[in-house]
Design a protein around this ligand. Structure first.
Ligand SMILES: [Zn+2]
Length: 163
């Protein structure tokens, strides 16, 4: 499980880069994907419950499974005017979350991607959560992506003003 900043940054990078080509990947939809990228880790609210003396893991563990995240994304997207777009960008963000989690060594044994059809868990164990190079590299790429996107916005607004 990489940290939230890494999850958010990966969703930002992906949507911003795709947004260079496709208008649907605008700022507001990118924010939805960034929210979707941390949606599975809502399960960490269990830590607060545990701190307060309540055992809630059995009730909320499914949130950190694709099926649970899809249900939560569907419920949250009901609050948006364009429900379909909100749902799809939440799911895109969640997909980046699970991709990153799959790459990481997971103390719980991996992620049951196909639960409840199949209980097997997967992980690629390419790096651990203690590996600080991953967030540093991801944040550097995110900053670079931001700078490139700002440059593109300035360039296109100058061209629009010249017309
Ligand atoms: Zn996770």
């Amino acid at each position: 499980m990489p940290d939230w900043v890494t999850h958010i940054a990966v969703a930002y990078i992906l949507c911003t880069v795709i947004g260079f080509k496709y208008r649907q990947f605008n700022t507001s939809n990118t924010v939805l994907a960034m929210m979707g990228a941390v949606l599975p880790d809502v399960v960490k609210l269990g830590l607060i419950g545990e701190f307060l003396g309540y055992e809630v893991w059995n009730q909320i563990w499914a949130v950190h499974l694709p099926v649970g995240t899809l249900i939560i994304a569907g419920m949250v997207s009901l609050f948006f005017q364009d429900k379909r777009t909100a749902f799809l960008f939440f799911v895109l963000g969640a997909a980046t979350h699970y991709t990153l989690d799959l790459l990481t060594f997971n103390v719980s044994g991996g992620i049951a991607l196909l639960y409840p059809i199949y209980w097997g868990e997967w992980q690629l164990d390419l790096f651990t959560t203690e590996n600080f190079y991953v967030p540093i590299v991801v944040l550097a790429v995110a900053v670079l992506t931001y700078l490139i996107s700002r440059r593109r916005v300035k360039k296109s607004s100058k061209e629009a003003a010249a017309d």
